[in-house]
Design a protein around this ligand. Structure first.
Ligand code: COD
Ligand code: ATP
Length: 196
């Protein structure tokens, strides 16, 4: 079985993914794959450099993620342009990894922040949404990334509303309580699927 794992920025996808991995799932992480496709020598990095200029490339040839984030998270058109370069490469690489992992584990989890935004529900047997109310999402994002409220709200606003994601989910993990409470819900999911 392969499931998609999503939620909003800082709602706890990585936290829940780690719990699923502890129980034996194999994980494919879109944020990590997004880093792999822009390693030096990759065609996507060349395309990013042509589109955004040398200011987004460090002198050692690696991507300056902070500089690029500063551009695209403040300008929707630039973000759309970056996505049109990266998303096909990310999606291809993820599907390859998922096919390999399916031979090795009964549960493959694909952690994809923009799963609904990019219409990928149909690729999975079901979708798990990691949910916290927006106020708590804002608080955790500000604390983790050291962002001022205005900037954190802007980043949240770039994604589909978390309530909407929750209502579309096959399984909801409510991560607004303690980590123990979250782990209990992950365990319940595991048992409900008769996983080993
Ligand atoms: C702009 C980049 C270089 C900034 O890198 P940085 O290391 O600062 O952030 P990181 O990649 O860890 O992302 C942090 C969070 O930002 C959010 N985010 C990232 N990309 C996007 C996007 N296109 N739209 C909305 N939110 C996004 C996600 O919730 C993500 O978990 C990077 O986010 C990127 O390459 N984004 C485009 C690729 C993409 O869409 N990735 C999302 C997974 S499909
Ligand atoms: N149940 C919880 N209680 C308290 N803090 C939590 C809980 N779950 C997660 N956190 C904290 O909230 C922050 C966001 O969690 P996490 O990094 O797992 O989210 P994410 O959805 O993977 O984020 P992103 O979209 O940015 O990749 C982290 O600092 C994490 O330590």
């Amino acid at each position: 079985m392969k499931i998609g794992l999503t939620g909003g920025i800082a709602t706890g996808k990585s936290t829940v993914a780690a719990m699923l991995v502890e129980r034996g799932a194999l994980l494919v992480d879109a944020d990590q794959v997004a880093r792999e496709v822009v390693m030096p020598g990759e065609p996507a990095l060349e395309a990013v450099a042509s589109a955004f200029g040398q200011a987004v490339i460090h002198t050692d040839g690696t991507l300056n993620r902070k500089a690029l984030g500063g551009i695209v998270f403040n300008n929707r058109e630039s973000l759309a342009q970056l996505e049109s370069i990266l998303h096909p490469a990310i999606r291809n690489r993820m599907q390859q990894q998922i096919r390999q992992y399916e031979e090795q584990s009964q549960l493959v989890v694909a952690d994809i922040p923009l799963l609904y935004e990019t219409g990928q529900e149909g690729l999975y047997d079901g979708i798990m949404v990691v949910y916290v109310p927006q106020q708590l999402q804002l608080k955790r994002l500000m604390e983790r990334n050291g962002l001022p409220e205005e900037e954190a709200l802007r980043r949240i606003g770039l994604q589909m509303d978390i309530e909407q994601k929750r209502s579309r989910a096959d399984w909801v993990i409510d991560n607004s309580g303690s980590l123990e409470e979250t782990r209990r819900q992950v365990d319940d999911f595991w048992k409900s699927k008769d996983l080993p």
